[in-house]
Design a protein around this ligand. Structure first.
Ligand code: PAF
Length: 277
């Protein structure tokens, strides 16, 4: 496993990889969700590149970049047994050289949901992912369904900017009690961790209604809100029942649909979603 920070060394390493290359972009502090993406990349491609970069431009002014969890040694130890070929750990100066002023903006898809709560977030995500695609030239790039809007934005961007690669979205990896795996879960205290299963319970309750034949978007949103409101530690930011591709809120569910939500548990912000249909 080659561990590289400079761009020129990465380019040399990339040139030496013949066959199909799978990319797993991460911000580090890896958990089983990331590792399952790496395993899938290894299964489906000849080589796997993992990037570890805590991207400053996707953090808002009120989101503490300096407190984002980091543990490079642990991350590398987790990646080593998986047969990763290259780990790229660029510095912020490599990704954003002095005088930097070029940005990728995905329009309508970034207006609602996470985009409405976190202005500028998806501009940072789309820009860094485009740069990671350019630097690593993968055939396939792997992302988790947990960040559903991010997945939609990256799929759109890859098509719009003619990246010659396939964007693969893998199902969310969950703890035994249903909590979606996330680097942020480590911020939860014991009571919050227990309460955090309410996201999975709310999504499951709405899915059950859907499976029983309910197609009214507002009824599904109300069901999720009702379940969340039973948990006193939870503060709801949004609950959504939207079209899977356009992310527009639905009055009536017809095709592939995204149920999603964001809540605060204490100071920790959690998101989760289910795909229906
Ligand atoms: O999902 C993440 O970890 C990040 O948003 C990504 C895609 C690595 C871009 O910084």
């Amino acid at each position: 496993m080659q561990i590289i920070s400079s761009l020129s060394e990465l380019r040399t390493a990339r040139l030496s990889l013949t066959g199909r290359v799978g990319l797993v972009p991460t911000m580090g502090y890896l958990h089983e969700g990331h590792l399952s993406l790496v395993r899938r990349a290894k299964e489906e491609c000849d080589h796997a590149i993992v990037t570890i970069f805590v991207n400053p431009t996707q953090f808002g002014a009120n989101e503490d970049l300096s407190k984002y969890p980091r543990d490079m040694e642990r991350d590398l130890n987790l990646l080593h047994p998986l047969g990763v070929d290259v780990v790229w750990t660029p510095t912020a100066e490599i990704i954003y050289p002095p005088g930097y002023q070029t940005w990728v903006e995905v329009d309508a898809l970034t207006k609602g949901l996470e985009g409405a709560m976190r202005p500028g977030h998806f501009r940072g995500v789309a820009t860094v992912v485009a740069k990671l695609f350019n630097a690593t030239q993968p055939h396939k790039a792997y992302f988790g369904q947990k960040d559903a809007q991010q997945a939609a934005v990256i799929r759109r961007m890859a098509v719009d900017l003619n990246f010659p690669l396939e964007v693969i979205i893998s199902p969310t990896t969950r703890e035994a009690d249903g909590l979606a795996m996330s680097s942020r879960n480590k911020y939860l205290n014991e009571a919050e961790r227990k309460a955090a299963t309410v996201l999975f319970r709310a999504l499951s309750a709405a899915k059950e209604l859907y499976e029983a034949g309910e197609r009214d978007g507002e009824t599904l949103r109300r069901k999720m809100k009702d379940v969340l409101s039973n948990e006193s530690l939870v503060q709801v930011q949004y609950v959504s029942c939207a079209d899977y591709d356009s992310l527009e809120e639905l009055d009536v569910v017809t095709g592939k649909t995204l149920l999603s939500m964001a809540v605060y548990l204490g100071k920790t912000r959690l998101i989760d979603n289910f795909v229906l249909g």
